[in-house]
Design a protein around this ligand. Structure first.
Ligand code: MRU
Length: 347
């Protein structure tokens, strides 16, 4: 993949700062948990699987940064880092999934030496990273099988290489179909207010020579009506046990539009995005973000001073509007809950 989103190099986390794209490609070398927490909060690294990988590497980093003598103090430091990282963003469940997994490893090796557990935590973070790469490939293949030889896809936000350790979830389907020789064209919603579709999806697809057209979010209905779109494919931040999907704000509207125009609406997400502890989408915590993202987007004031702004980062699409969910374990259709129960790994 031409894009390197997140890596572990010389016991440090190396991140492409996504807030600077598409005009600047700058890598951040992160060697502090506070700096990593800020990077996640401010979307320098973003997208559910990439946040999970970053958090896992953060736990490994916290271990590596420890210079004391006692294993008790080591555990305290690592647990403090886990607590800080847990508070960065509430919606993408991959963050909590990865932190739980790292915490379980810490507990399971409570009698190991500090040097041992430092290495074990790094190995586990690298395992999560490697697994994510393989999962992207499997989702890509499973999703590409749904597509005709010549297809135009509408996507929202960025669920590509920049959101994962490899080539994405929704965009994995695009990349895999392209690799199979299918003629794939993508329409990317610009995705207000932070423009992940315009800045990030367009950037990475262009880099991979995939035909991409950016539209404003409010053009989706008319583009569908014109017959230009064969299907919608989006990613997910958290999927409830019944198949309701939280994803970037605007996804729900797209799903309604897709149904109105009889266009299939697909979600692509790894099993780590499915939260079986939550029965319905209305229980998914939705992140509220700063009003400045709307009033002063990219430095320009576009709303009068003092006007109230409402800025939820995600919305929930009910399972009834979803044609299928593409996972690494296969393509899931309704009844989602029953199939999830069969394919979810038992913890
Ligand atoms: O706020 P963001 O940019 O982290 O939101 C990202 C999304 O909504 C993605 O669609 C989702 O995380 C899936 S990424 C494979």
């Amino acid at each position: 993949m031409a894009v390197r989103t997140i890596e572990w190099i010389d016991n440090k986390i190396v991140l492409l700062d996504q807030t600077l794209l598409p005009t600047e490609e700058k890598y951040l070398i992160i060697d502090s948990i506070d700096v990593l927490a800020e990077a996640i909060k401010s979307l320098r690294v973003r997208g559910a699987p990439a946040i999970g990988v970053a958090a896992a590497m953060g736990v490994a980093l916290a271990g590596k940064l420890f210079h004391g003598q006692s294993r008790e103090a080591f555990n305290e430091d690592v647990l403090k880092a886990i607590d800080l990282l847990q508070k960065t963003r509430p919606t993408a469940v991959n963050l909590f999934w990865a932190l739980d997994r790292m915490q379980n490893i810490l507990k399971a090796h409570s009698s190991n030496s500090i040097a041992d557990i430092q290495k074990i935590l790094i190995d586990e973070a690298m395992k999560i990273f490697e697994e994510d790469r393989q999962i992207c490939r499997l989702m890509g293949k499973n999703g590409a099988d749904l597509l005709d030889h010549s297809v135009t896809i509408l996507t929202h936000c960025n669920a590509g290489a920049l959101a994962t350790a490899d080539y994405g979830t929704a965009l994995a389907v695009v990349y895999a179909a392209h690799e199979q020789g299918k003629k794939v064209k993508v329409f990317s919603d610009e995705t207000r207010p932070l423009l992940q579709g315009a800045r990030l999806t367009a950037w990475e697809l262009q880099k991979s020579n995939i035909d991409v057209t950016v539209i404003c979010d409010n053009m989706a209905a008319s583009v569908m009506k014109s017959g230009l779109i064969d299907c919608v494919i989006v990613g997910a931040d958290r999927i409830a046990a019944n198949g309701d999907v939280a994803n970037k704000i605007g996804t729900y509207g797209l799903a309604i539009l897709a149904q109105a125009h009889k266009i299939p609406f697909y979600v692509a997400a790894p099993l780590s995005t499915i939260d079986m502890s939550i029965s319905h989408g209305d229980q998914i915590p939705i992140e509220m973000r700063a009003s400045q993202e709307i009033t002063h987007g990219f430095g320009k004031q576009t709303v009068p001073d003092g006007v109230t702004v409402y800025n939820p980062a995600f919305d929930v699409t009910p399972n009834t509007l979803i044609t299928a969910i593409v996972t690494e374990a296969g393509v899931v259709r309704t009844p989602f809950q029953k199939v999830f129960q069969e394919i979810m790994p038992s913890s």
